[in-house]
Write a protein that binds this ligand. Structure first.
Ligand code: SF4
Length: 485
């Protein structure tokens, strides 16, 4: 890079710290991609960086405290060298807006969830003209944004993995679950154009990606807004399309894509067409994340979830009937405001009946700005909630272990992720059902390769296996460190 006096100058260096969900991680990939397209280079520690981006999340507990605590440390960091910049992006920035710089005036850029595409420009503008807070209230459909750049997947990416990829199919959420801040910070549901999604998957496949995960807050209502807009425009043929099921089939038929996953669906919007598409499309994995949240109809109603426990179980049974060998995971909140012993007993009963393969269980904690946060009179005693949480974990671990034990003796294909985090002498991989398998291989296997393993032992959260054979080489061209045994 040549400076204004003709001298060669070092490129500026950046680091992105991500908090929160996959949607945020994907946004971080986009921010990194935009910064790199603007000439910045990545580093792995703040000490080496000129720009630190904190991509925040307000879904997790104590998010505010963590952000402002981190900003306190970064104030010192910034003062150590001229030209350093701090960027705060993501849900918490969207929620706190001017409040971010109100509490930490030395922050250079505050940007929200609807203008990720502006990240590099804002960093540059702030460097020249001083601090900027830019928060949009909604995603702006702007003809000048090439290919709908409000969708993070339409922006340049610096992907963290080169053999699997997230693909955004939808942003925002039209639901109003009482515990969730997402609709407030991510805005109304907006589906990404069908052709854009398929085109992105095709280009990923051409680059050697073999597994994609379709990402949205409520993926199986994908296309609803497109249908409505088409009908308003007088296109009757668009009345029922595109459905999420169509998207699954289209993405699953892209050459080179061996596995398709999606997250997260909403139980009230699960449609038979989705299950049929899963069963009919070989690349779509036998895996469903199906968030229960509570087994009590009374609590589900307080949460505004839009289904009953019975309906949830009926659809689950239908999914398992149509999609053979389906693994099902869930989310459950324990101690939602007003949850009684009877309500919790219902949750335990539904969890036991559902026989989940895995579950993300949480003790309720209020997220400022949500309806549930204002139900303070109904908050459940933390000791009671903790005890319920432990009892629920026992039920979940029982079904997880039973489901994993049932895999012993089977030959399963895994996508190799690399050396195990706990034991670098063995490899880790994921089955189509997303089960984690540790196994030793007689020869080095690149992350991104496929191999079959015979399942040997089971624990609630992982399996071990014996290597059988490699079934596919990694296709991507980027070299990933090889595990040697
Ligand atoms: S469906 Fe409910 S929990 Fe999921 S993002 Fe929308 S409001 Fe939040």
């Amino acid at each position: 890079m040549v400076g204004s006096l003709g001298r060669v100058t070092d490129p500026r260096r950046y680091i992105v710290r991500t908090y929160g969900c996959q949607m945020n991680e994907h946004d971080s990939e986009r921010i990194a991609g935009l910064l790199e397209a603007d000439g910045l280079v990545p580093v792995t520690s703040e000490a080496d960086a000129d720009v630190v981006v904190l991509n925040t999340c307000c879904i997790r507990e104590n998010a505010d405290n963590k952000l402002y605590g981190n900003l306190g440390h970064l104030k010192t960091w910034k003062g150590e060298r001229d030209g350093r910049q701090i960027v705060v992006s993501g849900c918490l920035a969207q929620k706190d807006r001017d409040g971010v710089r109100g509490r930490a005036a030395y922050v250079d850029v505050v940007l929200g969830t609807h203008n990720v595409h502006r990240a590099a420009e804002l960093v540059r503008e702030a460097k020249e003209n001083g601090p900027i807070t830019e928060i949009l209230d909604a995603a702006v459909v702007d003809a000048e944004l090439v290919d709908g750049a409000m969708f993070p997947s339409a922006l340049p990416a610096k992907r963290t993995s080169s053999y699997n990829a997230w693909v955004t199919i939808q942003i925002g959420c039209d639901n109003n679950c009482a515990f969730c801040i997402v609709p407030a910070v991510r805005g109304e549901e907006m589906s990404r154009p069908f052709a854009d999604i398929v085109a992105e998957v095709e280009s990923l496949a051409a680059a050697g990606v073999t597994e994609v995960t379709l990402l949205g807050q409520n993926v199986n209502s994908y296309g609803r807004d497109i249908q409505v807009a088409a009908r308003r425009g007088g296109d009757a043929s668009a009345a029922l399309r595109p459905l999420f099921a169509d998207l699954l089939k289209a993405v699953g038929s892209v050459g080179g894509i061996r596995r398709v996953r999606y997250t997260s669906p909403h139980p009230k919007d699960m449609r038979p067409e989705t299950f049929a598409a899963m069963a009919a499309t070989a690349a779509v994995c036998e895996q469903l994340h199906y968030p229960l949240q509570s087994g009590s109809d009374r609590v589900l109603s307080l949460m505004h979830r839009g289904y009953t426990a019975e309906r949830f179980l009926q659809r689950l049974a239908e999914a398992r009937r149509v999609v053979p060998d389906l693994a099902v995971s869930t989310d459950i909140i324990v101690g939602f405001p007003g949850e009684t012993d009877d309500d919790f007993a219902d949750t335990l009963a539904v969890a036991a009946e559902a026989k989940f393969d895995d579950a993300f269980t949480f003790i309720f904690s209020p997220r400022p700005g949500t309806e549930a946060a204002s139900m303070t009179d109904e908050f459940v005693n933390p000791g009671v909630a903790g005890e319920r949480f432990d009892r629920l974990r026992i039920v979940i671990e029982r079904s997880s272990l039973a489901a994993n034990t049932a895999r012993i003796g089977r030959i399963e294909e895994v996508l190799v992720e690399g050396p195990s985090k706990r034991n670098p002498d063995v490899l880790s991989g994921r089955t189509r059902q997303h089960r984690l398998v540790h196994f030793a291989a007689p020869e080095p296997l690149r992350a991104g390769a496929y191999a079959t393993v015979e399942i040997a032992t089971a624990a609630p959260h992982h399996l071990t296996g014996r290597f059988v054979e490699q079934t596919a080489e990694a296709q991507h061209r980027v070299r990933i460190p090889v595990a040697v045994l």
